[in-house]
Write a protein that binds this ligand. Sequence first.
Ligand SMILES: *[C@@H]1O[C@H](CO)[C@@H](O)[C@H](O)[C@H]1NC(C)=O
Length: 351
Amino acid sequence: MVFGSGTIILLLLLFSVFGYCKAAECNFFAGSWVVDETYPLYTAASCPFVEHEFSCVKNGRPDLGYTKYRWQPLHCDLSRFDGKLFLEKLRGKSILFVGDSLSRNQWQSLTCMLHSAVPDAPYTVTRVGDVSTFTFTEYEVKVMLERNVYLVDVVKEDIGRVLKLDSINGESAKLWESVDFLIFNTWHWWNRRGPSQPWDYIEIGKEVLKDMDRMIAFEKAVTTWGRWVDLNIDPKRSKVFFQGISPSHYNGTLWREPRAKSCAGQTEPVAGSVYPGGLPPAVDVMKAALSKVKKPVQLLDVTELSLLRKDGHPSNYGLGGRVGLDCSHWCLAGVPDTWNLIFYNLIILPS
Ligand SMILES: *[C@@H]1O[C@H](CO)[C@@H](O)[C@H](O)[C@H]1NC(C)=O
């Protein structure tokens, strides 16, 4: 006998420790923000089409420190974004963001990152109905956005507009099935009430209700979406991602600055890797719903890293200008660039 049983147990232990380290090394979502003078990845000048809503610099935001942070995972490095490599590897392929304005934020970020990498490459932008398509024509790469805030259907019926928690529309779904990379998101609209709530009734199973617990409704909708993925996605054809919950900053107590009532005037991230206020409750609900999906769905777990960025929102330098106060969306260049950098590391440079 060459090995004693003690040796074998030692080897098994070593293997399991190495296995563990390898998995732990690749958690891109735990880390901290570090100053990097080579940032931002693009500027307002190198991305002329970035929307007014996200163009904080153009809207007069005086501090630029918030554009200079790079996300550093705890146990591994992210490769730097190479837009040319991205377009070459994805030649002929399509990417579709589906969701609310946070999806639009990430879509704009990716188009800016790619355009500034290949400023001379021709592109077209079209919009048909709820779908915007940014095409890098020479690479035949399409980066698309579908505005679809609940993922499940809202249907006009005799009684009014009905939000159907069990139903996913055939027309959207046809588009989803034809795309190579899908990045879904829904959350921010589930708490809308009053005039900005775009439905009158909510349907769950055979019941039609005036309202219900919004967190349960959200969970139900993500579950319906997951069932759609299980029934319709061919994992060899399409890779499915979920954007996760993008957090807002309207309560300074959560970052140990109780006098702050919003993100206004914030110029620095929270130091370290842990947000003092913890994760919003919707994160657990979303993760529970995603865990029921049998087909591969990769969560872009952006919540914690974005929570640390109380400085990253447009605040008074967004759509509403001086009178508006936006602590939900993100300035571009800015935080969504990191969401896309992680997406890039996951799809272009696997392990
Ligand atoms: C801010 O968060 C703290 C801690 O969770 C909570 O006690 C407080 O009510 C919140 N304030 C507002 C205005 O929501």
